[in-house]
Design a protein around this ligand. Structure first.
Ligand SMILES: [Zn+2]
Length: 395
């Protein structure tokens, strides 16, 4: 077994205090591959050497560790782009709302992978990171997917008095806290009485499903020969029509958009040096771990929700290895999921099965052994520890 680890120097990620501390840990845990997070947007305009990153890479190399620069692909938004002028470069959801107007949870932005400027940005960042640190063995893309969340807000309106009429008026209901704001759309309305105004249960929804911008819709119609009825005006009407009438084509379309991005970045990595490696992180189930949600495993949910038909990207030869984030699974489930992933890619490239440890999902040394056995039996190259800061003091 040869393992991998994600390392972050971000605040709050409990980073290593020294290279020595880290390499001793790596040796103890059979780690050979280090996936070092770098902040992508800093490298948008050209190479840059961050001393801390540089010293860490050099220290790892001296101890025969392979280091790869890892960055968040579609969320590495340059600060200069966060303004109305660049709105077209951001994703638009099911309701027609741009992520620039309503960032997820008030702060998360992500870009539209269909836009040439976005692809060009990722190519630049990739090349610049590799040029900044020639010792890197390759690049790993994290967040190479569409964001997806079906958000439901249920309100008990019994004691709301006359203000219940605001809920009844319908759409959208705007929630704001500080600078964060989000729209919700009425899904169900239950009243006890209209007079007196005694509300009951109101259910609102927001489908954070992407990208329904005009350009993506046009591209879809053109590529798949699907005519969206002209009578439909609202984005949500068009989106629902697509999901009702051509869902599989829509999912395929989104996968192909991401595949094109993966291909472009792969070409950049290999153009810098054919020996440099290219890898990505992927999900195994949407929206989170199936065990955590008490639901059956649904491997194709990552295609429907995230556009991650990643086994196809392996088949096309774009990836040198993959790191599925097989989080929140008991050892048995972890083994089953990993085994299926290895079988799906027919063992064409190494697979490091991502294992999360956190305060909410604790694990000790004995627990880790069970995961190691499961990963080995499943045919994985090894485990990918998420992340060093949570694994460094394993009891
Ligand atoms: Zn779009």
């Amino acid at each position: 077994m040869q393992n991998a680890v994600w390392v972050y120097f971000r605040p709050g990620f409990n980073p290593p205090e020294s290279v020595q501390e880290f390499v001793a840990w790596a040796k103890a845990y059979d780690v050979k591959v280090v996936l070092l997070h770098v902040e992508g947007k800093k490298y948008a305009d050209g190479p840059l050497v961050e001393t801390q990153i540089q010293e860490f890479i050099e220290g790892c190399i001296q101890h025969e560790l392979e280091v790869h620069g890892m960055y968040n692909a579609l969320t590495s938004v340059p600060d200069a782009w966060i303004q109305a002028e660049y709105k077209d470069l951001f994703c638009v959801d099911y309701h027609g709302i741009s992520i620039l107007d309503e960032p997820i949870s008030g702060r998360r932005l992500f870009m539209d992978p269909k836009k040439p400027e976005v692809v060009e940005l990722l190519k630049q960042i990739t090349a610049n990171i590799l040029k900044s640190y020639p010792g890197l063995c390759g690049i790993q893309l994290d967040f190479i997917r569409y964001y997806h969340m079906e958000s439901t807000l249920t309100m008990d309106a019994k004691a709301m008095g006359h203000n219940v009429s605001i809920l009844k008026q319908g759409n959208p209901l705007k929630l704001q806290a500080g600078d964060s704001k989000v729209s919700y759309f009425l899904h169900e309305a239950h009243m006890l009485y209209d007079d007196p105004p005694l509300g009951d249960r109101f259910v609102f929804q927001h489908k954070f499903s992407y990208c329904f911008c005009d350009e993506c819709l046009k591209g879809f119609s053109r590529t798949y020969g699907v005519e969206i009825p002209e009578a439909l005006e609202q984005t949500s009407e068009k989106a629902q029509w697509i999901l009702d009438h051509a869902a599989d084509k829509w999912y395929d379309y989104r996968c192909s958009i991401l595949e094109a991005v993966v291909r472009e970045v792969y070409l950049v990595v290999k153009a810098v040096d054919a020996k440099k490696q290219f890898s990505i992180t992927v999900w195994y189930n949407s929206p989170y771990g199936n065990e955590l949600m008490n639901k059956p495993l649904d491997p194709l949910s990552v295609v429907r929700d995230f556009g991650q038909n990643w086994w196809s990207w392996v088949n096309r030869g774009y990836l040198d290895f993959v790191c599925p984030m097989n989080y929140w699974l008991k050892p048995e489930g972890f083994g089953d999921v990993t085994k299926e992933q290895v079988a799906t890619i027919q063992n064409k490239v190494p697979l490091y099965s991502g294992l999360l440890r956190s305060d909410e999902y604790p694990l000790d040394s004995a627990g880790l052994e069970a995961y190691k056995v499961a990963a080995k039996d499943a045919g994985a190259q090894g485990i990918c520890f998420f992340h060093y800061g949570t694994w460094r003091n394993l009891p």
